[in-house]
Write a protein that binds this ligand. Structure first.
Ligand code: F0G
Length: 353
């Protein structure tokens, strides 16, 4: 059995802002699978090389771990005793886990009643102090920014540059596995840190001579929470994809820059289209991601239906979080509940034998 993946800080240390003596706080994050989506491609009826970067297979079930390992490593190195973040759920889960591992106190501020159950369970089990505010993620972020500016708590939201530095490694991994850059990279956009970080990763890999070209970056927002597409703050963001229910993204400019420099785009899609992609991944490919993550594939489907791809394009979509984070949405999928008395006969009747 192999156990030689050291986590992203150690594996990509030459690309990261750390000291030779820096000891990572790691749970073995990164090194996630790049899974071909051949059955989806068949359904779309076009010739694509389509892959999912399954970042839900990180230790706490989301891509946040890539940024959190570095942010917590550096916070500990600077002598921090406590971490704080605002979150739609995944950042808080990740901060709680890496904070626990580093022996730090973790405070998480979340919008009350608006984060998926699995994520709340993670914050609780890792012993974070969970503060639910009667407001939006955007308001929670403002609160933790203010507090960390004046009090001895390290902010680990993606406004902390260490988070983006860690998250950029997803681009390195994709290129290392493919042997080249993809033509397109699709990903969901909430606070817009991940698209900013992924684009930074591709650019740095190209500058270091590893790539010949760069992908087009396409960010996907939910229609009810699409401030970047609309060009203004959304006061009451609403979407089933609770992870990206954000009305005023912190890395707004980073997302715009990624889209324009790469000749990509930021688009908005309905919850129906996001859920269609969510179900398609699960039913056709055996890949269970959370609803927000499926926005990336929904973007690919939209591009395919509008004839935007060239035959043979290499397309990657990041699946940012694991489906088990949000069992409630999964169980809201129309399905039949079959109940029978005990015994073989009743089961056989259902099977049709
Ligand atoms: N997908 C998932 C599953 C997320 O949790 C997030 C963000 C995103 C996509 C969007 O990434 O913010 O970098 O544009 N979740 C944050 C959180 C906001 O608090 O967990 P982004």
């Amino acid at each position: 059995m192999k156990n030689d993946w050291p986590g992203i800080v150690q594996y990509y240390r030459e690309y990261l802002p750390i000291l030779p003596q820096t000891v990572p706080v790691t749970l073995g994050e990164g090194g996630t699978p790049l899974v071909p989506l051949d059955r989806v491609v068949e359904k779309l009826g076009i010739r694509l090389r389509l892959y999912a970067k399954v970042d839900g297979q990180n230790p706490t079930g989301s891509f946040k771990d890539r940024g959190m390992t570095l942010a917590v490593t550096k916070a500990r190195e600077r002598g921090a005793k406590a971490l704080i973040c605002a979150s739609t759920g995944n950042t808080s889960a990740s901060a709680a886990a890496y904070g626990a591992r580093a022996g730090l106190t973790v405070y998480v501020v979340i919008p009350e009643g608006k984060i998926a159950k699995g994520k709340l369970a993670q914050a609780v089990i890792h012993n974070a102090v969970v503060i639910q505010i009667q407001g939006l993620f955007d308001e929670a972020l403002q609160v933790v920014r203010d507090i960390s500016a004046t009090h001895p708590v390290a902010l680990v939201n993606s406004v902390n540059p260490d988070r983006l530095e860690g998250q950029k490694t997803v681009a390195f991994e994709i290129c290392d596995v493919l042997g080249h850059e993809p033509n397109y990279h699709f990903l969901p956009v909430g606070n817009a840190g991940n698209i900013t970080a992924s684009w930074m990763g591709y650019r740095e890999y190209k500058m270091s001579g590893k790539l010949r070209d760069l992908p087009r970056m396409v960010g996907v927002q939910a229609e009810g929470a699409a401030p970047i597409v609309r060009g203004h703050v959304v006061e009451k963001p609403e979407t089933i994809a609770s992870a990206i229910r954000i009305g005023n993204p912190a890395s707004w400019q980073g997302a715009l820059k990624a889209a324009s420099e790469s000749r990509g785009d930021i688009i908005a899609l309905s919850d129906e289209k996001i859920l269609e992609a969510y179900w398609m991944l699960a039913k056709e490919e055996g890949v269970f991601c959370e609803p927000a993550s499926a926005a990336s594939l929904a973007g690919v489907i939209e591009y395919a239906r509008n004839g935007r791809f060239l035959s043979g394009d290499v397309v990657v979509c990041t699946l940012t979080g694991h489906g088990l984070k949000d069992p409630e949405t999964a169980l809201s999928t129309p399905h039949s509940e079959i109940r029978v008395p005990p015994g073989k006969e009743a089961v056989l009747r259902v099977l049709g034998f």
